[in-house]
Design a protein around this ligand. Structure first.
Ligand code: TLP
Length: 338
């Protein structure tokens, strides 16, 4: 339960990977990659898509393709792009970053409005707003359009472009009961991951307008992300998009069952407005101590702060796994309180 990135490809997924027609994608000749890029773009309501090895690379390419050196990027201080990607997008693009606040990783229109300075030789050119859905550090919070739109409207008013880190956009769509296409609609570009809850071993897709994707393709090459017969991987992504979206609901239900059981035994669980497949637990002890204790039960979880744990449900966590985790927490908490 460290992450939904740990899923192993199923036998059926491996079978389609085995059978995938392939070619050299740097020449644009891999039929399976071409198909995945078309399917993803269509699904997300954009003109074109590009297959990349990771969500991190997709976000870096988006920021590179939207900006010029010296431009200003507006982003929440808890966003994955800022917090967990080594500062890479700022480093490659030479942009300056304005870090925003806001509940569940989402700045309000007012917060963004206050952060944008007037056009003036002293200020960088305000250029890009980057948001995230679901929001990882906000505990997998799915953010509906009503909460996304105020800052997007402000961004548009100031001629800013918009990017969405939609690593788990399918989780958001399932939790909110709205299509990924609708959630993606207000954004100029969207990155989605196939290798998280959707269960593919590798891969993300970045979508946007045709000229934007053409430009992003150059940056993928720069970053070393031009792969060759990677249709084997794209086949897993296509399988994931066809077979593994509906099942996300089960992951969410299991996360809720876990959250409720932990709350009932007195654990401090922080629950987002619209939760998905993550459970954040604030502990009375150091997270590392709890991680070691859970490891003895063969339960693997990660820290999201010195005293905060993150547990993530996914395809490879079943009901028995949830029950086992609840039992382990109960025993460990008894010893803490003894
Ligand atoms: N997140 C990972 C870790 O890096 C924290 C995880 O286990 O959750 N955007 C978001 C919102 C993400 O959560 C992640 C991965 C990425 C981008 C990056 O994806 P990859 O790992 O494919 O580069």
């Amino acid at each position: 339960m460290r992450s939904d990135t740990v899923t192993k490809p199923s036998i059926e997924m491996r079978q389609v990977m085995f059978e995938a027609p392939v070619g050299d994608d740097v020449y644009g000749e891999d039929p399976t990659i071409n198909q995945l890029e078309e399917v993803a773009a269509e699904l997300l309501g954009k003109e074109a898509g590009i297959f990349v090895p990771s969500g991190t690379m997709a976000n870096q390419m988006a920021i590179l393709a939207h900006t010029e050196r010296g431009d200003e990027v507006f982003i929440h201080r808890d966003s994955h792009v800022y917090y967990y990607e080594g500062g890479a997008a700022a480093m490659w693009s030479g942009t300056t970053w304005n870090l925003l606040q806001g509940t569940e990783g989402t700045p309000s229109g007012e917060i963004l409005e206050r952060a944008i300075r007037p056009t003036n030789i002293h200020h960088p050119r305000p250029r890009l707003l980057s948001l995230e859905n679901t929001h990882n550090r906000a505990g997998g919070a799915a953010i509906d359009l009503a909460r996304m739109m105020p800052s997007i409207d402000v961004a548009r008013h100031h001629d800013l472009l918009t990017h969405l880190d939609g690593a788990r956009l399918f989780n958001a769509a399932v939790a909110l009961g709205i299509s990924v296409r609708d959630l993606a609609a207000p954004f100029d570009s969207v990155s989605v991951c196939l290798s998280k809850g959707l269960g593919a071993p590798v891969g993300s897709v970045l979508v946007g307008s045709r000229p934007f994707i053409d430009r992003a393709r150059t940056f993928r090459k720069w970053l070393g992300g031009g792969m060759r017969q990677a249709g084997i991987l794209a086949a897993a992504g296509l399988y994931a998009l066809t077979h593994n979206v509906e099942g996300l609901l089960l992951d969410h239900q299991r996360a809720t069952k876990l959250a409720v059981a932990l709350q009932d035994m007195g654990c401090q669980v922080s629950v987002p407005v619209t939760p998905t497949n993550m459970v954040m637990v604030d502990l009375p002890i150091e997270a590392e101590t709890m991680i070691d204790a859970l490891r003895r039960y063969e339960i693997f979880v990660g820290a999201m702060g010195t005293k905060r744990l993150r547990l993530v449900t996914h395809l490879d966590v079943d009901d028995a796994g949830i029950d086992h985790t609840i039992g382990a927490f109960s025993e460990i908490y008894e010893t803490i309180h003894a």
